[in-house]
Design a protein around this ligand. Sequence first.
Ligand SMILES: [Cu+2]
Length: 481
Amino acid sequence: MPHPAALAVALIVLMGTATHSGAPMVRSAAASQPLTAQDVTQPVGWDKELTLPPARDLNPDPKILEFNLEARIASIEITPGVTTSVWTYNGMLPGPYLRAKVGDTVIVHFKNALPEETTIHWHGVRVSNDMDGTPGMTQKPVAPGGEFRYQFIVRDAGTYWYHPHTNSAAQVGWGLYGPIVVEDPSDPKAFGDDLVLMLSDMSLDDKARLLPKDNGGEFGDLFGREGSVLLVNGRVRPRLRVRAGKQQRWRFINATRARYYAFAMPGQTFIRLGGDNGLAERSEKVTRASLVPGERLDVVFTPSSAPGTVSVLRWRPVDRGYGTAFARQSEALMEIETVDQPPVTPAIIPGHLRDIPRIDVRKAVQHTLNLTIQKEAKRLEMGINGIPAWKATPLHARIGETHVWTVTNNSPFDHPFHLHGYFFQVLDDQRVAEWKDTVNVPVKSTVRIAITFDERPGMWMYHCHILDHAEVGMMGHLHVQ
Ligand SMILES: [Cu+2]
């Protein structure tokens, strides 16, 4: 399984392999010696409209992050001047920001003050099975007024998130999600200052009240419910301040129940560092970046707009099947103000980030999973191999086995496929090697993934991360023993 990037990266920086320098080389107008990104800090208040308050750590041990987490309904001002009763963790949207270092222990004293049962799933974190938050499989759902203690070690650097796994389309859609970053202290500082950008959307009526979970009926289930209000870290159109040439490391998390994102800014490139489970093998310069529900994206943003200007990062329609992008306009997500200060020369981003050994699939156990919409069902029903979650029998795997799952989608919608508990590698992929836990399976296509079930026995879920699809049956489970 993934090794921490650690020494390899430091070594590569010293050895100077292929590198990316980001945006156009910009020079300080004033001095003869140009300022570099390392010479300056981010503009004053650069991220103040995007701050994510951390969880309050109750444990003095620096290797333990221990905190109280309560799921409850709270009033939040989403549209200016109007409050909405939102489902929250600790009254915050998003929930508290968990930031820990590789090897730290996380202890969560969870209380459910919601009017219905819930659980927490730690998306992408390699927890032991009894901490995975799957109701009826790994734990009893936490009843209203009930409590549960979650405890796990964060073993892998990367960007993760937490959310309920009970009535999840509704509960996530109503505001229950929070970010997790696991730091590797040896990551090159040249990646820039960290900024988590948790993307979500919310369906509100004209009085800014949350729409009911079955809004739109079966069409809502079929298309997946995209919210009417786009949020970044719980805010509508927040403003970020940047300085030309001074890099920032943006960690996107797609916490929506159904919305796909694609980003492109005129004249702007990003350096992609990785996605779900830490750094990819190599960084790559990209002009367009995308992420599907559940997925994460880790990029270096090198501001390249002229000082004193404001640009807008926009959501762009993504065709995820069946006319989902038809006649839709792009929408503003976030404003980026390039402060009126001389540009600086961007730092060099290493080309090689870490070694990712390819999973040996020569003796792999093969499985075929067809993502299906059942035609003969009386009401809308989705499933895997024609079987909805509530009728499914588990797949089986033995500890130490490697599997190749051939996931085929002949349905008219894309599906983001998510596996609990284990990282996988996407085979036949021309992109850079990386570890993932969520991958898009486009319409009329097949994606093959390789997984080694090397430890942590138990019952693990796999499902579509368009949560409306999971709710109508596109979910299965796997018994590792
Ligand atoms: Cu789906």
